[in-house]
Design a protein around this ligand. Structure first.
Ligand SMILES: [Ca+2]
Length: 365
């Protein structure tokens, strides 16, 4: 009499008191293999249940200040150069200190070009690629490099690495209105007072935090091939450490475009004498790296910028804000004035429903 039955998944059964008992482990393995191979593929990828990345603009559902990452915002962007060599063949020589070495020369022509794309490509020490201007005919030689950023950014530094002599006179500018007007950021000259009418010893105070200064640093020696000129927008500005609280500093670092204006070719150190004449093949500007450090400007209401539906770069706004720079509240979220997020208050935009809900929750608690 059959007293017990073991029912296996694939409907195989046997009496426990028969030889089937001995065969049970073998049968179980066979059945298991058949069942596993016949089992349907899982419909859901278990990875789907992994936690989504945390939202940098929220902390436990509460709005907090968030900013896009800091990066070299010039990298890979197109720079407009008012002059580039190669239209007609020209010869250029690299100069190290005061040593003019004719062996260290190169030709720029249609086959050996030095385009403006070399300004913002990957900067590799062992393989410096240089943008080179067409040769000038006199020391006073005006060439500009313009970098459109496409939207407002907050710029921390502008950095040029030269592959020519450092220009004797040059100016760094920014625009806040997509190139309609230009505001000087920094002047460079061997003679600041004479050239730009700026005292090189001037300092920035709270009263003139948006003043452009003039540096004579690069005229003191022969800063030539391979020298970097670095300008920091925040250095020596009194409110630089109160960025959140200082609309003046926030405005000072805001730019939609950066422009570099080379005004006069650099020459050998004068040592107090009349500047030496430049050889014909030294009459050019060359830059191997044009870097701009900064963040996409989103006023503390977005953690990244993306291309919008019109193909323009814009902030991915949170906290019920909108606009290219999250500079206003969304419709129906206008119950308190828009404000930039700070470390202590995200200034989330709210509508009536949010306020009513908040009040109800407060009354219920
Ligand atoms: Ca380069």
């Amino acid at each position: 009499m059959l007293r017990h039955f073991y029912v296996l998944p694939c409907f195989i059964s046997c009496d426990i008191e028969t030889m089937c008992v001995e065969l049970l482990p073998v049968l179980f393995l066979v059945v298991l293999a058949v069942c596993v191979s016949a089992a349907p593929q899982p419909l859901l990828d278990l990875g789907m249940f992994a936690n989504p990345p945390a939202d940098p603009c929220l902390n436990n559902s509460l709005a907090i200040q968030c900013v896009p990452e800091f990066q070299n915002i010039a990298f890979g962007r197109e720079v407009e150069a008012s002059s580039t060599c190669g239209l007609t063949p020209s010869r250029h020589c690299k100069v190290h200190q005061n040593d003019y070495d004719s062996q260290n020369c190169f030709v720029c022509d249609s086959r050996r070009q030095h385009p403006s794309s070399y300004l913002t490509d990957l900067n590799i020490q062992s393989n410096d690629t240089c943008w080179v201007s067409a040769p000038g005919t006199e020391r006073a030689y005006n060439v500009t490099l313009t970098l459109p950023l496409g939207k407002k950014f907050e710029v921390t530094y502008v950095n040029l690495k030269f592959c020519s002599r450092i220009p004797e006179n040059m100016v760094f500018y920014k625009s806040k209105d997509f190139g309609k007007s230009w505001i000087p950021l920094q002047y460079y000259s061997s003679e600041c007072q004479q050239t730009f009418n700026i005292d090189p010893g001037s300092v920035v105070t709270k009263a003139n935090e948006q003043a452009a200064l003039c540096s004579q640093e690069y005229s003191k020696g022969d800063h030539n091939f391979g020298t970097r000129v670095a300008f920091s927008t925040l250095k020596d500005r009194p409110s630089s450490f109160q960025h959140d609280e200082s609309p003046v500093i926030q405005d000072w670092v805001t730019a939609t475009d950066i422009k570099i204006s080379f005004l006069k070719l650099g020459g050998p150190s004068t040592m107090g004498h009349f500047p030496a004449e430049l050889a014909e093949d030294e009459m050019f500007y060359g830059v191997s790296d044009f870097a701009v450090g900064g963040r996409c400007k989103c006023n503390g209401h977005a953690s990244r910028c993306v291309e919008n539906q019109e193909g323009r770069l814009a902030c991915e706004c949170r906290h019920n804000t909108e606009g290219d720079d999250c500079e206003k509240c969304k419709p129906f979220h206008l119950d308190r004035p828009w404000a930039r997020a700070t470390k202590t208050d995200a200034h989330e935009c709210v509508g009536k429903s949010s306020i009513v809900t908040t009040v109800k929750l407060a009354l219920l608690s």
